[in-house]
Design a protein around this ligand. Sequence first.
Ligand SMILES: Cc1ncc(COP(=O)(O)O)c(C=O)c1O
Length: 459
Amino acid sequence: MLVAVDREGSRTLGRQIEDQLRNAIRDCALHPGSRLPSTRDLARELGVSRPIVVDAYAQLAGEGYLELRAGARPRVTGCAGQSRPPAANPLEPVTEPRYDFRPGSPDLASFPRSAWLRSVREALAGMRESDFGYTERTGSAGLRLALRDYLGRVRGVVADADRVVVTSGWCQGRTLLCHALVSLGARRIAIEDPCHDEVRLSCASAGLEMVPVPVDDEGLRVDALERTAVDAVLVTPAHQYPMGSVMSGARRGALLEWLRRHQAIAIEDDYDAEFRYDRAPVGALQGMAPERIVYAGTASKTLAPAMRLGWLVVPPRLLGPVQWQQRQADFGVPRIEQHAFADFLSRGELDRHLRRMRARYRARRDALVEALSDTLPEVRVHGIRAGLHVTIQLGEDDRGRVIRDEAARRGVALTALSDYYLDRSGDSSMLLLGYARCTEEVIRAGVRELAAAVRAARR
Ligand SMILES: Cc1ncc(COP(=O)(O)O)c(C=O)c1O
């Protein structure tokens, strides 16, 4: 508690405590609703007798600053005399839509809480004293080994553990990579168009010029890439985000050839390859050219965005610069979670969770596609049966943003594809719908509401 008493001061100790607390409440340093220490704890902390604190609290309660209840710690109530109005709390949860089809999230309700708790316990029990110190900036050795094994087994990634860099998600990994590329002299990067909208932020923050390259049903158009003079390219070959196509064998070959000829770097965002519903996933591109391709993965789709855990497998020539960028950014990712995730991976908990979730997501995707074809038969679904969202196309004259806004008014949240292009000036008839968070029943009701929004937008 930021209260101090001056024993030599002219005012009594009680008055000093009272004045400091009153000022803190008036200045909004203490917010309405926050709890103060008990009289016993504050007295002990300040080295004064307990009745002094009891009297100070009672005085503040009498003035309307505090609420006192037997057995509970005093609560700040605020008062009319506050010098500044309390700012709107930016952390307050926003109202959830009735039907949440926003893409990008796994089913948060299915987070494997008990298995994770067990891994946290195991981690805490097994961590050495030195593991709690300032060590292992680029990731705990145990997690890097576990990731090496998992990625090799599940995605065909070729990596030594010392080329794995643990990050706080792809978001941080991407920014580190962009800055590392610039430090090596890169100026221009090709990005898939459309792509995940936040890619722009990382490229811009590093000063990399983005060159949009179109995608089609076979993934990135490597013929168009040939016409760009770029130093690197960022791709989602396993499941193009957001269109949903898989990069074909021919395109993979062409991209590898382009990388070799230009001595360029590719960054492979392998965000949701674990979710395939009608086929075995194609292995990671990185396995075919580990010296030229950075592999990037994340726990945000398999487990939850709140994990803030991602990983890069970095080619030797980029490893030093990436580690240097991470060193400038922070001291690495929370290590207790890293130990827990290593335990979670090596006990097969992630595999078990994914088996369960694949069946659930497959059923949800099927329900969504069926409901769409029942209520909006003109809809065309793009991409393969995979991942956590579908990209759909409505009639030629429909406008995605207009429909999105109309749907939002009816409690249906989704996104318009036009917002994923580098040039956002157009408004196509395409929408993105995430299905992972909705049960089949909610999906059917949400699609009925969406169909009503489409009809209203057409009027
Ligand atoms: C294409 C794509 N890749 C990766 C991610 C994961 O990002 P992060 O690991 O920062 O949560 C996302 C998140 O929305 C995404 O859309």
